[in-house]
Design a protein around this ligand. Sequence first.
Ligand SMILES: Nc1ncnc2c1ncn2[C@@H]1O[C@H](COP(=O)(O)OP(=O)(O)OP(=O)(O)O)[C@@H](O)[C@H]1O
Length: 350
Amino acid sequence: MTFVIGRGADEADGPVGHLGHYRALDGSAGAPLYLDLNGPHAALVVGKRGYGKSYTLGVLAEALAQASGVAPILIDPMGVFDTLAASPDDGISASVLDNPAIDPSTLDPRSWCALVGLDPESGAGGLLWRAAQECAALEAMRDRIESVDAPRSDVRAAVNHLDLAASWGVFESEGIGETDLCGPEITVIDVSGMDGAPMNAICRGVAETLYRARVTGSVDRLPWLVVDEAHTFFDGVAGPALEAILTRGRAPGVSFVAATQRPSSVPAVGISQSDIVLSHRLTSRSDLEALERARPTYMNATIEERMPDAPGDVVVIDDATETTHAGRVRERETTHGGASPRASDVFVDR
Ligand SMILES: Nc1ncnc2c1ncn2[C@@H]1O[C@H](COP(=O)(O)OP(=O)(O)OP(=O)(O)O)[C@@H](O)[C@H]1O
């Protein structure tokens, strides 16, 4: 029997992803390291810059694209995952959404208020709440707010906030829907170049769409939402939607993978609810402490003592089997798009 990370001994067989191999004490390669892709999981991938987080997310995305029954969606704030779409011949298929937009009706009234920073209890917030409840398009929401018999200052404030959201250019009635997201190929949502607020609006819309699609049973595949630079989203308006998937995603079958170089910026629930942690090298005291606080009792050494040294090496903490492992992530099948540029690659006279 092959040992699979994230799969308890009494759980059924099903799709797995090839992540790499175990690493022996002398650094030599051991048995292959597989990850369970059959059941829903919450995974956290951490590590300081340059030690392989994005590379590992790419490996995971490749594995998901090759597994049956899952729908991989990757939110890409650095624009480094479009290379996943460059290898159509090896069974890895990906589509890249370069100018993503979401349907305004994807966001519930509470999300609309949070998005533009209006308290739902305030006059302006209440107007926006009702408009979001009753209308599906931005123009209709605007008209609705303006037609209400309310203090002009509240109407003006609500319209101004809505206009601000419209100026981000990320709301369209034909925006990303569940059928765009829940195919077998990797959907890379490239939000690089966007400001924090629109980037967060997209992430919140995608997270809510996936969660709702599974709760209502309108999609069969099990979505895996993979978010790079996750601290950017946990800190923003996408945070509550991501935390909802972390705490309530298991029952409807929505998996979540968060990658960050700053585990200290991930809310405690982001660490405690993750049943799989892949840690590349970390050296900052606050980041080590954040992981250490959630260290499970079955881990008999500190995380710092287990910390790997080389890019691509990881320590794996697996709650399903209550085990920890030293591993090395395999090489990518598609090109890695996140390598740092080097001055020596520039062909100039001097
Ligand atoms: N599993 C691996 N196998 C081979 N090389 C790897 C592996 N993981 C990382 N590397 C090498 O390390 C480099 C840095 O990895 P990566 O770009 O993923 O870093 P990162 O931790 O995401 O950094 P950043 O925070 O800057 O995005 C890669 O360009 C690659 O050359």
